[in-house]
Design a protein around this ligand. Structure first.
Ligand code: KIV
Length: 264
């Protein structure tokens, strides 16, 4: 049985933590699903951790559909949330609805995620009215990296914190099913979590959110460019892969592979 919007809201009411991780391809999506994670985010972070770009800005609708399709077909239980990439919703509300619809209809997502607060109120409303569940995303919104001047802690001043709190309420009012809170102080995330009826899912937002999300390449130690403070590395897969690749190289060069066991 797929994890549904009802399950999501029930978890908040029953004070059970919600788990979410990113995945972009068959092996990881399959593993995340098998591990029993509630929600898989096909994040536009794939621009950085899969495509090797410096920001999330270059990834396209076509690429998001391609990866979401793979993740949807590789899973049985998790709810699949597809990120709406940069410029797929900002320009016009009808375009936002059309692109959200493509992520559901063509790619098989069960919900879409959009970055922003009050400025996307009409977009969230219209997509929700088209019967598509929307997850909001406020605080550090990586698609705004150029305006923000880097990936920095948001909501430090009272003015900024109040704006983020108001945006959370605006998204709930517009019909969002959950809100991702990225890189904001724990105290602010706690206040928002206690105020909202919909769940908050934190990344770099401390322990008080209703759920947590991480980028799987960060959690597994597969992304070497930088490690944000909020990332806990649960494995060092990059080191293991590198070790295996070096061993293969050496064994081929020494004539030890293939041996009798691996030959006909
Ligand atoms: O794209 C992504 O992976 C995200 C998470 C960081 C929440 O938006």
């Amino acid at each position: 049985m797929r994890f549904t919007v009802t399950d999501l809201l029930n978890k908040k009411q029953q004070k059970q933590k919600i788990t979410m991780l990113t995945a972009y391809d068959y092996p990881f999506a399959h593993l995340v699903d098998e591990a029993g994670i509630d929600m898989i985010l096909v994040g536009d972070s794939l621009s950085m951790v899969v495509q090797g770009n410096d920001t999330t800005l270059p990834v396209t609708m076509k690429e998001m559909i391609y990866h979401t399709k793979i993740v949807a077909r590789s899973t049985k239980r998790a709810m699949i949330v597809a990120d709406m990439p940069f410029m797929s919703y900002q320009i016009r509300v009808d375009k936002a609805v059309e692109n959200a619809g493509r992520l559901i209809k063509e790619a098989g997502a069960h919900a879409v995620k959009i970055e922003g607060g009050r400025e996307i109120l009409q977009h969230v409303k219209a997509i929700t009215e088209a019967e598509i569940p929307v997850v909001g995303h406020i605080g550090l919104t990586p698609q705004a990296v150029l305006r923000m001047g880097g990936y920095k802690l948001q909501g430090k001043t009272d003015e900024q914190a109040n704006r983020i709190k108001d945006d959370a309420l605006i998204l709930q009012e517009a019909g969002a099913i959950a809100v991702v809170l990225e890189v904001i102080p724990s105290k602010l995330a706690k206040e928002i979590t206690e105020t909202l009826q919909i769940p908050t899912i934190g990344i770099g937002a401390g322990p008080y959110c209703d759920g947590q999300v991480l980028v799987i390449h960060d959690l597994l130690g597969l992304f070497e460019k930088f490690t944000p403070k909020f990332v806990k590395k649960y494995a060092n897969i990059r080191g293991d892969i590198l070790q295996a690749l070096k061993q293969y190289k050496e064994e081929v060069e020494r004539g030890e592979f293939p041996d009798k066991e691996h030959s006909f």
